[in-house]
Design a protein around this ligand. Structure first.
Ligand code: FES
Length: 598
């Protein structure tokens, strides 16, 4: 079998990889960890896995002709999932195919007292004598003033030496009664933890000083499992359909988190041995995949997860390079995970007299409504429309993304960084549909009018054209918003809106009783609230009550890392939050259909 060299240019520097004759180019890129958007998982449906050939371009396939413009094809652009390697190639991954931004900011003023599970203490112990024959462990236990202490055998083999050499002046680290390590001298100021938020699309790791509670550094990136599927269902399917699929996905995220941890420590001149605890939040599928636990049952009725409780595993057992523990925080059900319980903890709605609504719009759409007397939650199949994955020209919030649309202006759009438009990010997607509603470019059912049916200036009418795949509205150049895109937004907003109506009903209240709506996630941070209200994504009664809280899942993860009582609170939230399965609700379909209307 022949092997060919493929030079890949991405994010500046070129990289050389190799593939066997007959390999699928997208699969090779995935294997090599070269990120490109793949919402359809390589089926040639989404048109997102664009690469530009500088050498070795094939004749355009039908899928290329369907998804790419003539100009793109003439520039050598092809869809990687349709390319079979049969010669050396030079390719480039354009920004539009790999652009995803990661939100790492949340609430900086966390309402907690720093008191983590990890105790790190300097002890000046009395050396043993013929009159004091306590064991080493008992001596440390007494020095700590606690009633029991255990240690792994590896540590027991080393500890006596450390005590002797340091003249019994040592620093010990203890996690829930287990001695994690022992160091000579005073190293009590070196105590760190990592709070992790595993999103379906992105991952964020925060390095935190467990003594001061300060966030020292953040490392983030696209979830390494992303090439195996854009949403939780396609990831679960991957574990079912592919031999060793679960191991592949587990290794991808574990290695990614391990790599982030090492990078954070190196960048801050710290040793990984001083990281004692990693708290992990994520939706239930993400936490199952991280633990390597089968998740098929999440995808089929009656949707039963293996675990939603707090899981604590020694770091080494998880292949994480630490002596401490990994704590996977508790969630509620198959589709309301610890990212939502952490969000509830972060916004404090579980402690308030007044009613609040938490909405996390990411790759999935999850929400919760309630107050100190109880919370109800649900998840909607909102789809990743607002992250741009199912939108023809959708991209993350990067330079060149159309982020605002205003049809009253001569220049109807603005882009991030004021750059040439390369796609449309979530806030632009929302604005586009809102402006179409406002200018009646679409009717109440979402159908885009023909130009001749519209009473609008030619400058707007002329932007509407009809192609083989239907009507579309040109924003600039090739960047268009299609009828199908309108439908994607319509489905997503109807699912979210119907979910909210059911939750409010379940809570026995009305929208007017909701005091605050917390919008979590990257999209919430940047969306135009007016547009969200205008298309019915948010109920009109909540105008003026919207508060964006950024990555609240990450904030909740940080709180649990820093505070024993925060974990206790989170466990209470997890146990007391009621989950409403929308597919089992007879009223869902009617509300969904009603909510389709603009
Ligand atoms: Fe290639 Fe969707 S078209 S991954």
């Amino acid at each position: 079998m022949r092997t060919f060299q493929i030079t890949v240019k991405k994010d500046g520097g070129p990289r050389v990889i190799y593939a066997n004759e007959g390999d699928n180019l997208l699969k090779v890129m995935i294997k090599e960890g070269i990120y490109v958007q793949t919402p359809c998982g390589g089926k040639g449906i989404c048109g997102k896995c664009k690469v530009i050939f500088h050498k070795g371009a094939k004749e355009p396939a039908n899928t290329d002709i369907k998804h790419l413009s003539e100009d793109e094809i003439s520039r050598g652009m092809r869809l990687a999932c349709g390319v079979i390697v049969d010669e050396p190639m030079d390719i480039e991954v354009p920004t539009v195919a790999s652009a995803i931004n990661v939100l790492t900011t949340g609430s900086e003023d966390m309402d907690i007292q720093v008191s983590p599970f990890v105790i790190k203490k300097y002890l000046n112990l009395t050396p043993p004598s013929i009159h004091d024959q306590r064991s080493d462990i008992r001596r440390i236990q007494d020095g700590l003033g606690i009633t029991s202490l255990s240690a792994r055998s590896k540590l027991m083999r080393e500890m006596h030496d450390v005590l002797i050499k340091s003249d019994y002046k040592v620093t010990v680290s203890v996690y829930k009664g287990e001695l994690l390590n022992i160091e000579a001298g005073d190293a009590s100021d070196k105590s760190y933890g990592i709070a992790v938020d595993i999103g379906t699309t992105t991952v964020a790791s925060y390095l935190i000083d467990l003594t001061s509670g300060k966030v020292i550094d953040v490392e983030s990136g696209v979830n390494a499992q992303r090439p195996y599927g854009a949403d939780v269902i396609s990831r679960i399917n991957y574990t079912i359909q592919q031999k060793d699929g679960l191991t592949t996905l587990r290794d991808a995220i574990v290695n990614q988190l391990g790599g982030m941890l090492i990078k954070l420590c190196e960048r801050n001149n710290m040793e990984t041995k001083h990281v004692y605890n990693v708290t992990v939040v994520g939706n239930t599928t993400m936490t199952h995949l991280f633990l390597g636990v089968p998740c098929e049952s999440i995808a089929v009725s009656p949707y039963i997860p293996v675990v939603t409780d707090l899981v604590e595993v020694p770091g080494r057992e998880m292949n994480m390079p630490i002596d401490g523990y990994v704590s996977v925080l508790p969630g509620v059900a198959s589709y309301v995970g610890s990212d939502i319980t952490a969000g509830i903890l972060a916004c404090g709605m579980h402690k308030s007299e007044k009613y609040s609504l938490l909405l996390d719009l990411g790759t999935n759409g999850e929400m919760a409504v309630g107050n100190k007397d109880g919370i109800v939650s649900c998840a909607t199949a909102a789809g990743p429309a607002f992250e741009g994955a199912t939108i023809k020209w959708g991209i993350g919030g990067v330079k060149g993304a159309v982020s605002k649309i205003d049809l009253s202006q001569d220049k109807i759009y603005s882009t991030i960084g004021d750059a040439k438009p390369i796609g449309i990010c979530g806030s632009g997607v929302l604005d586009a549909v809102s402006e179409f509603v406002k200018y009646e470019i679409i009717n109440k059912t979402g159908r885009m009018y023909k130009p001749e049916e519209l009473d609008l200036p030619d400058s707007l009418k002329n932007r509407i054209t009809t192609t083989d795949s239907g009507k579309q509205f040109t924003i600039e150049g090739d960047v268009v918003f299609t009828q199908k895109d309108v439908r994607e937004v319509q489905l997503a907003k109807a699912a979210v809106s119907a979910g909210m109506k059911i939750l409010v009903k379940e809570a026995g209240i009305e929208f007017k009783d909701v005091e605050t709506i917390y919008v979590a996630g990257g999209f919430g941070n940047f969306m135009n609230i007016e547009s969200a209200l205008n298309i019915g994504l948010l109920p009109k009664e909540l105008a003026g009550k919207v508060k964006s809280i950024g990555n609240s899942a990450g904030t909740g993860s940080k709180m649990c890392l820093l505070s024993e009582s925060a974990i206790g609170e989170l466990e209470k939230i997890s146990n007391s939050t009621k989950y409403v399965e929308l597919s089992g609700r007879p009223d869902f379909e009617g509300l969904f259909v009603d909510s389709m209307v603009f």
